[in-house]
Design a protein around this ligand. Structure first.
Ligand SMILES: [Zn+2]
Length: 169
């Protein structure tokens, strides 16, 4: 047994009881979650490892109830191109999703009144630009030169039991 015995030990999903294949396990604080169950969680949820089986069960029943909110959602306005903010202005609801098939994606439906803020978040990446000397070795310029790249994210801060921001670019 030893190490390999442990790695290849079959695990069972603590939610659906299904068998978890190799590399398919999503660890919970006190159990295991299969890929299929993990895919049903909110796309804005990021605290899985710190979640208990009970918390995940609760979220999955909330996600199930959200399906009904998605089917009664009537889009009156669409903002954005790839990632879209869909508004149901009559009901005062919105959701954020890149999906075309809404009932399959089951995006979390929120109320306008759940929004607590909005900001722009910028991630900067910096990599050094080098040159090759006569021997083919990489060398720094003097002074050093860098290439910068930026990712821009829109963050909508929300009041919600399973996430507190919707972050997308
Ligand atoms: Zn499962």
């Amino acid at each position: 047994m030893g190490l390999f015995g442990k790695i290849f030990d079959k695990k069972e999903c603590s939610i659906c009881g299904g068998e978890i294949g190799l590399l398919g396990n999503r660890k919970l604080e006190d159990g295991n979650l299969c890929k299929e169950c993990a895919a049903k969680l909110s796309p804005w949820f990021g605290d899985r490892r710190q979640s208990t089986v009970e918390e995940i069960q609760k979220q999955l029943s909330y996600r199930e109830a959200n399906q009904a909110r998605v089917s009664s959602f009537r889009t009156t306005r669409t903002l954005g191109e790839r990632m879209k903010v869909l508004l149901d202005e009559d009901a005062g609801l919105f959701m954020v999703t890149p999906a075309r098939n809404l009932s399959e994606a089951n995006p979390d439906v929120l109320s306008f009144s759940d929004v607590t803020g909005c900001k722009l978040d910028i991630d900067e990446r910096k990599t050094e630009i080098e040159y090759k000397d006569a021997e083919g070795n990489r060398q720094s310029f003097n002074p050093k030169r860098y290439a910068y790249s930026y990712d821009f994210y829109i963050v909508i801060n929300v009041n919600h039991p399973y996430f507190n921001e919707i972050r997308f670019n």
